[in-house]
Design a protein around this ligand. Structure first.
Ligand SMILES: *Cc1c(COP(=O)(O)O)cnc(C)c1O
Length: 351
């Protein structure tokens, strides 16, 4: 840290992204990317013409992309916001909606970035423990009198609440924004999007990084009341008006037009997930029920850290977290069937 850094940031605990090693090719099951490539339409959308046009700024209003998202999700363009990955939007949401002084509630085991954004924006976090089975207890989130951030399906864990339960939380906190992070919703959970027209305090955040195979393009979007979207635009126009680049914008539009391709991939991943859970249980793992493209799995005899290390030695990357509640587990991305067969064979040798 230099002596020039604002002391406010001295104690910030930064987010640690999953490993993206460049030294060798791993079977990469650690950051929940799709095992399947972007749709052919997306590849075709990035042509020489698009690259030549990079000399020009992108459209700050992101019109074609927002229009397409509005059409796909049955909303008006004024209810749609896009940005450079959904992390960017979550950052904006903490900045915009946590109040003064800032407060925000989220579970103890969830996406690690929520705590980082809270610290960054001097927001006091109300950290609510998940139940022993790692599910969210709805009653813990009623009438909280502060912003609420819930990943549904929950990050790291994989389980999801039904829309009805989410609605109770959203309805009981009408004076505060409820951010529902639906990064994994396309793998079998119920989306809160149908509630948007009933609850002006609901902000649904989604991403192209997981189900749409575009993690490297950096594209996230938020859906909510026109009021909340206008607030996010205030922050965006005070930060980086050209927050989505031209290539990503073209890729995003093309991806939305290839929905059938991505739906088929999501079906494949769900089938592979069911197979993987059965096999892991057969090997003596405890697997938390997942509606996401990953599973959280721990073994009774071999600890999580050892499994992580031994898999890495054998060329397979999974994600190990240090917080005690999940230290004996690993989060394993659901890859292709072939990748999961390799994982299961390798784990069979380890345990
Ligand atoms: C992956 C993930 C994100 C980040 O997505 P990007 O759009 O790639 O920034 C946000 N929230 C959760 C819960 C995630 O798992």
């Amino acid at each position: 840290m230099s002596r020039f850094l604002n002391p406010r940031f001295e104690t910030l605990e930064v987010y640690t992204p999953g490993e993206q090693p460049q030294d060798q090719v791993y079977t990469k099951l650690n950051t929940n990317e799709s095992p399947y490539p972007a749709a052919p339409e997306v590849v075709a959308a990035i042509d020489a013409e698009q690259v030549r046009n990079l000399r020009l700024y992108s459209d700050p209003e992101c019109r074609p992309l927002i229009a397409k998202l509005a059409e796909v999700y049955g909303l008006s363009p004024a209810q749609v916001f896009v940005s450079n990955g959904s992390d960017d939007i979550l950052n904006f949401a903490f900045m915009a909606f946590s109040g003064q002084p800032g407060r925000a509630a989220f579970p103890d085991v969830t996406y690690g970035f929520y705590q980082v954004f809270a610290d960054l924006h001097q927001v006091t976090a109300t950290v609510i423990p998940l139940q022993p089975d790692f599910s969210v207890r709805v009653d813990d989130y009623l009438n909280l009198d502060q912003m609420i951030v819930l990943a549904n399906p929950n990050a790291q864990v994989g389980c999801a609440l039904p829309r009805q339960d989410m609605e109770r939380i959203i309805a009981s906190n009408p004076d505060h924004v409820v951010v529902v992070d639906e990064a994994y919703v396309d793998f079998g959970a119920e989306s809160c999007v149908p509630l948007i027209d009933h609850y002006p305090n609901l902000l649904v955040v989604q991403t192209f990084s997981k189900s749409r195979s575009l993690a490297g393009a950096r594209l996230g979007f938020a859906l909510g009341s026109a009021e909340l979207i206008a607030d996010l635009n205030r922050i965006k126009y005070s930060t980086n008006p050209y927050n989505v680049n031209r290539l990503t914008m073209a890729a995003g539009v093309a991806a939305l037009e290839a929905q059938a391709y991505y739906d088929a991939n999501s079906q494949k991943i769900q089938a592979t997930r069911a197979w993987t859970v059965r096999e892991l249980e057969r090997l003596g793992f405890t697997v938390i029920p997942s509606q996401a493209n990953f599973v959280l799995a721990g073994h009774s005899r071999v600890d999580g850290e050892t499994i992580y290390r031994e898999l890495k030695r054998r060329g397979i990357l999974v994600r190990h977290f240090t917080p005690v509640r999940i230290a004996n587990f690993n989060r394993i991305t659901i890859g292709s069937q072939e990748q999961m067969e390799l994982l299961v064979r390798t784990l069979g040798e380890l345990v």
